[in-house]
Every structure is written in structure tokens, then in C-alpha cells.
Design a protein around this ligand. Structure first.
Ligand code: MG
Length: 268
């Protein structure tokens, strides 16, 4: 054994010294070298290359939506037209409440969206469904994270609160039932880790590649590389409407005081 090891070391050193090629059947790839990313200190805390969207202090990364989203394909088409017609616009600051380090939906004030647009991302977001006795089904702590402002992963209290499966927490709304119900009880913080790949469109607007979502809810896999059929709409069958490569992320005001915190993304 010792002799064999010695021979291998000698061969390695001579390969380095004399620039001999490494045996290609070993299939070693030395390029590219992955970029260094310093991970967060705790699970869920942002790594060094993350863009912080909310750290408990302010809403500087958020504004009121410029065009919003559509609940039907007719509305989605309208929104796309409005977006294409946007020229000079004034950004209005988001006006949800911040309390105890959490961002709280302000019912009636409308959705909010990121000032920055995103395409392919890794997203971490923590949320809390407040205890709200008397509420049931879709009315109990409903919000949503609209990737690219149109592909919604549902936020809802579904801890012992049944509703339609493709509309419960972790569903890609009305398209994909979550693989598990990993909800914590209302009043407790929980989190999503989401990998979203934006759809690709050809110059003529035809779809080259659908959007995909992989997501974990409190560490449990709930969406496994699901291929979206189009925007997540309330009514009707979805289909793709071509849109820019990057778009803002929207958080939904569904009239419930859902809280969010520790929101960050990594662009992929
Ligand atoms: Mg929702």
C-alpha cells in the first residue's frame, strides 16, 4: 500500500512539473471555479451575495405596483399592454406597516412590489399568519408571493384550515398542489425557500421554455421543478403572455394582516 501511494504521489508531482495532461477518462473539470459565497451565520440568514429586500427596518426596496397583476387571462393581457405602454412614471412608496421587525400587510392599501426586477432567483421569505379566530378557508391569512408579478406561490394559514388543495399554502395557485402540508400553527413564523426559473420567449413572443418552481416550506419540499402553465390566475385556464426577462416581485394584499420578514434573493 505504501509503495503504491508513493508511486501515485510521484506521478502527480511529475504531471505538475512537466505539464502532462490529466487522464481525460478521469473527467475532472477545473473550470469554471465556482464564485465564493459566504453563507449566512444561521439557517435562513442571507449569504454574502444576497440582495436584501426586507431586513426588518424599512421599505426602501418596495413601491406600489406600477401595473399590478391579472386575475384572468383577459386581465393579464391588459396588464401586459399597460406595462408595454409605461414610459415616464412616478414611483409611489409602499405603505404597509412595519412593526417589531415585521412587514405587515395593510388591508385595503393594495399590493406592493420590489423596485428592482428579477428573473431567475433563489428567494428566502419568512411569513406569519396571525391568529384570527372565526376566519376560515381562503379568508384565513391569505397573501401571496407573485414571482415576476404573476406566478403566485400561495401564502395562507392551512394549519387545520382546509381549502381547495391547489389554493392552499405552498400551492402554485390553481396550478400545482403542494407535495406536503408543512404549515406551522398561526402565530408562528414559517418560511419558504424558492428556486424560480423565468420563462424564456423567442423574439416572436413564442414560448421557448416554461417557468419552473422548486420550493421548500419550513424545509419540506413542496414544489419539485414544477413547470408553470402560465400566470397564476383566479379564473380560467392559463397560457403564457410574453413579458420582459425581469419583472418585480409582488406581495399580495388579500385583506389579511399577514406578516413578512427576512426577505432576500440571490440572482441566478
Ligand atoms: Mg393569495
Amino acid at each position: 500500500m505504501k509503495k503504491g501511494f508513493f508511486i501515485m504521489v510521484c506521478l502527480g508531482i511529475s504531471a505538475l512539473l512537466f505539464g502532462q495532461e490529466i487522464d481525460p477518462t478521469l473527467t475532472e473539470a477545473w473550470e469554471p471555479v465556482p464564485p465564493k459565497v459566504t453563507p449566512g451565520i444561521f439557517p435562513g440568514s442571507p449569504p454574502s451575495d444576497a440582495i436584501i429586500l426586507f431586513d426588518g427596518k424599512d421599505l426602501s426596496q418596495w413601491r406600489k405596483p406600477l401595473v399590478g397583476y391579472g386575475g384572468s387571462m383577459a386581465e393579464v393581457e391588459e396588464v401586459a399592454k399597460k406595462r408595454a405602454a409605461l414610459k415616464d412614471y412616478e414611483e409611489k412608496d409602499a405603505d404597509w406597516e412595519i412593526k417589531d421587525g415585521a412587514l405587515i400587510v395593510a388591508p385595503g392599501k393594495g399590493h406592493i412590489e420590489t423596485r428592482k426586477a428579477f428573473g431567475d432567483i433563489q428567494l428566502h421569505i419568512e411569513w406569519l399568519a396571525p391568529v384570527d379566530t372565526g376566519k376560515t378557508g381562503q379568508g384565513y391569512s391569505n397573501s401571496g408571493i407573485f414571482l415576476m408579478g404573476q406566478y403566485e406561490i400561495q401564502v395562507l394559514n392551512n394549519y387545520e384550515n382546509p381549502t381547495y388543495s391547489n389554493g392552499q399554502a405552498g400551492a402554485m395557485y390553481k396550478q400545482s398542489i403542494p407535495l406536503a402540508n408543512a404549515c406551522r400553527p398561526p402565530g408562528e413564523w414559517q418560511y419558504y425557500d424558492i428556486i424560480f426559473m423565468a420563462p424564456r420567449f423567442a423574439d416572436d413572443g413564442s414560448l421557448i421554455q416554461p417557468a419552473t418552481v422548486t420550493a421548500f416550506h419550513n424545509g419540506v419540499l413542496i414544489q419539485n421543478h414544477f413547470e408553470l402553465k402560465g400566470p397564476c390566475i383566479y379564473r380560467g385556464e392559463p397560457y403564457y403572455v410574453p413579458h420582459p426577462e425581469k419583472l418585480p416581485l409582488i406581495l399580495q394584499d388579500h385583506d389579511n394582516r399577514v406578516r413578512f420578514r427576512n426577505i432576500w434573493v440571490r440572482e441566478l
